[in-house]
Design a protein around this ligand. Sequence first.
Ligand code: DC
Length: 229
Amino acid sequence: MKKIIIAIDGHSSCGKSTMAKDLARKIGYTYIDSGAMYRVITLYCIENNLFSGNELNLDVLRKEIGNIRITFRKNDATGHSDAFLNDRNVEAQIRSMAVAEKVSFTAAVDFVREALVGQQQAMGREKGIVMDGRDIGTVVFPGAELKIFVTASPEIRAQRRLDELIAKGEKANFDDVLRNIEKRDYIDSTRKDGPLRKADDALLLDNSTMTVDEQNQWLNQRFREKLKN
Ligand code: DC
């Protein structure tokens, strides 16, 4: 059966990765979380003191970006892929609020985007991939056969994110999480390079009132329809 590229973009914490992972597992495709790649770069910047407040030391990052190696490896215990920074498993650290608060600044840097977009395109060369992010259908794979743009209200996304953080034992409150989501939406949508926007040929999904099962089924149906055409 012919393999295609599936691009899933949308706002932070709207459930993109949940549905992307579910579909990839069911159809035997590779799932790539492009946001994790921006988060790994951000963790590197935090650990190496490249941030002063929200200001990034771009001169140092430009010199070091070639030494930041991002890989994904299957975690047999969870069945999912974990992100590695230069061979160190950083899956837990990249999901922290500390990284979430800084990642939009790293993701707005032109040479960071250029480096990561190149790596993402290389990962899709053989097709058979589900990738989620912000610019996958517009910049990374403008020719993707199936494009989805997912959204939900900021309050619903904040509650979902808060539930995830609490389940992981992180301290967080609703107002801080909501503020972080709204700030990231703003920075992601207004940046110059690869801003978050729906590709003209993407299907829109507002999953505010959908269960996880319902959205997984919705995506599965879109995939089956695409294969028939
Ligand atoms: O999907 P996420 O919340 O893990 O993404 C983390 C950040 O990375 C988010 O603020 C936007 C940015 N990002 C991006 O700019 N381009 C992508 N393709 C994926 C994520």
